[in-house]
Design a protein around this ligand. Structure first.
Ligand SMILES: Nc1ncnc2c1ncn2[C@@H]1O[C@H](COP(=O)(O)OP(=O)(O)OP(=O)(O)O)[C@@H](O)[C@H]1O
Ligand SMILES: [Mg+2]
Length: 427
C-alpha cells in the first residue's frame, strides 16, 4: 500500500506509456465503515496496466485538483478535504475525503464528482471512497484559509476590495426595492458576474421567496455558507427563523446581525453585492454606511409625487453618511395596455424629480437609470421565485431592468484609496 507524492515527470511518463486505456464498470457496491460512508466502484481494466502506485497517487491527486467543493467552489485539494490516498500495486485506491460538516447537504454531488474524477485516471481498477468529517481544528484552519485569517473582518470594507456594494433604498415601503434587487442580481449573474444579495430587511424579508431559495445556509464553525439560486449567493434573516416568524430586534441587534452577515458569511470574491434595505431611513441604512462606507445607494421610487418626496429623503441620508448615490430607479411606471393605451397608474415624473433634486443636493450628477413599467408578470415572477429577467427577458419590465444591470455591470470600483502594493524606488 502506498501514500506517495510522485513528481510531475512520473505523471508525464505514465501518460506517454499508457495512452487512454478503457475501463469496464463491473458492479457498484455501497457499504458502511466506522469512520464514515464508503462507496466502492470496481473497474476492470481492459488496457495494459503498468502504473506504479506512486505514479498513480500523483495522477489521482491531480485529478482531484479539478474537483470543487459544491458549496465553497474551490478545489477540494486546496481546502484540506483530501485526507489520504492509498494505492495498492494492482490499482485499488482507498481514498478518504473529509466533509466540512457531517450534515453536508451536497455530499452526494461531492461523492459523484470525486468518483468520476478518480475513475477517469488510467490504472485505477477499484475505488474505495470513505467520507469522513473534519475536526473542529481542521474547520478552523479551513475558515482561516478562506477568510485570510481575519474572522470578524468585513471583506468589502477593505481598501483593496474590488466588490461594488449597492444598497437598494426607498423612503416608502412597497415601491419595488426587493423586486428590483432580485432582478438586477439575476441579470448581473447571467452576465457572468459573481453576485451576492443580502436581504437586510429584517422585518419584511422577502428575498428568499422572490429568488426561489429553499436551501438553508450551511454553518462551518462560525462561518456561514450562503445558499445559491440562479447563480446568486443569498443570505436573509428569513433563513434563520422558523416559518414566517416575525423578528423582534432593536437597533444594536440589527447592527450586529448585519455585521455578522457581512463578516461571517463566506461570500467569496464578489463583483457585486446588493443589499435590500427595509423602507425608510432607519437604523439599517446607517449601519450599512458604518460597516461598508463605500456602499453606494440605489434609490427606488414610483412616479408618484408623494413617493418621490419620501425617496428624496432616503437619498439625502447619503449626504449625512457621505455615501455616493449610484442612481435612481423609477418603478411602477406607465404600462401599455393590449389596446395600445398607456396607463399611468401612479402618475409620472417621480424618478426625474428625485434624480434632479438629489443632483442639486449632492452637487454630483445623479442619473435616472431606468423606468420599469407596471407589469403583472413581474409580480407573478416574484411570487414564483424566478426573476422576470430570466423567465421572460424580452418583456418590457425585464428589458428595462436588464438595461440598468448593464449600466451597473460596466462600472468598476474606483481605484481611489486602493493600495497598489508597490513602494517607490529610491535612487
Ligand atoms: N413594476 C411592477 N409591476 C407590477 N408589480 C410590481 C412591480 N414592482 C413591484 N411589484 C409588486 O409590488 C409589490 C411590492 O414590491 P416589492 O416587495 O418589491 O417592494 P419593496 O419596496 O421591496 O417592499 P417593502 O418595502 O415591503 O420591502 C410586490 O408584490 C411586487 O411583486
Ligand atoms: Mg422589500
Amino acid at each position: 500500500m502506498w501514500t506517495a507524492h510522485a513528481g510531475a515527470r512520473a505523471k508525464d511518463d505514465l501518460k506517454a506509456r499508457m495512452g487512454r486505456p478503457s475501463f469496464r464498470l463491473v458492479r457498484p457496491r455501497r457499504n458502511l465503515v466506522t469512520a464514515g460512508t464508503a462507496f466502492s466502484w470496481h473497474v476492470q481494466p481492459e488496457g495494459n496496466m503498468t502504473a506504479t502506485a506512486a505514479e498513480l497517487t500523483t495522477l489521482i491527486r491531480t485529478a482531484l485538483d479539478a474537483v470543487k467543493d459544491p458549496e465553497i467552489r474551490r478545489p477540494i485539494t486546496d481546502l484540506g478535504m483530501v485526507d489520504t490516498i492509498d494505492v495498492s500495486e494492482n490499482g485499488i485506491v482507498e481514498l478518504t475525503v473529509l466533509l466540512t460538516i457531517a450534515a453536508c447537504p451536497l455530499r452526494d454531488k461531492l461523492t459523484e464528482d470525486v468518483t468520476k474524477a478518480v475513475r477517469a485516471v488510467p490504472g485505477v481498477s477499484e475505488l474505495r471512497l470513505t467520507l469522513g468529517v473534519m475536526t473542529d481544528a481542521q474547520r478552523t484552519t479551513l475558515r482561516d484559509n478562506l477568510k485570510g485569517g481575519a474572522t470578524k473582518d468585513i471583506p468589502f470594507a477593505r481598501p483593496e476590495s474590488r466588490t461594488r456594494v449597492y444598497a437598494i433604498a426607498s423612503g416608502k415601503g412597497g415601491v419595488g426595492k426587493s423586486t428590483v434587487t432580485v432582478n438586477l442580481a439575476a441579470a448581473l449573474a447571467a452576465k457572468g458576474l459573481a453576485v451576492g444579495v443580502l436581504d437586510a430587511d429584517v422585518y419584511g424579508f422577502s428575498i428568499p421567496r422572490m429568488l426561489g431559495v429553499t436551501g438553508r445556509p450551511t454553518r462551518i464553525g462560525e462561518m456561514i455558507l450562503p445558499p445559491e439560486a440562479h447563480g446568486v449567493k443569498v443570505i436573509s434573516v428569513g433563513m434563520f427563523v422558523d416559518g414566517n416568524t416575525a423578528v423582534v430586534w432593536r437597533g444594536p441587534m440589527l447592527h450586529r446581525a448585519l455585521q455578522q452577515f457581512l463578516a461571517d458569511v463566506f461570500w467569496g470574491d464578489l463583483d457585486v453585492l446588493l443589499l435590500d434595505l427595509p423602507p425608510g431611513t432607519g437604523d439599517i441604512a446607517i449601519s450599512t454606511a458604518q460597516l461598508i462606507p463605500t456602499t453606494e445607494i440605489l434609490v427606488v421610487t414610483t412616479p408618484q409625487l408623494a413617493a418621490a418626496e419620501v425617496a428624496e429623503r432616503a437619498g439625502s441620508i447619503a449626504l449625512q453618511t457621505r455615501q455616493r448615490i449610484a442612481g435612481v430607479v423609477e418603478n411602477m411606471s406607465a404600462m401599455t395596455l393590449p389596446d395600445g393605451t398607456v396607463l399611468e397608474l401612479f402618475g409620472s415624473g417621480g424618478g426625474a424629480i428625485v434624480a434632479d433634486s438629489l443632483t442639486r443636493a449632492t452637487g454630483a450628477t445623479v442619473a435616472l437609470l431606468g423606468q420599469i413599467p407596471m407589469q403583472v408578470s413581474l409580480r407573478a415572477a416574484g411570487d414564483a421565485g424566478v426573476p422576470l429577467v430570466l423567465s421572460d427577458p424580452t418583456s418590457p419590465a425585464a428589458v428595462a431592468l436588464s438595461a440598468i444591470a448593464d449600466d451597473l455591470a460596466a462600472r468598476t470600483r474606483p481605484l481611489a484609496g486602493v493600495s497598489l502594493g508597490i513602494a517607490p524606488s529610491r535612487r
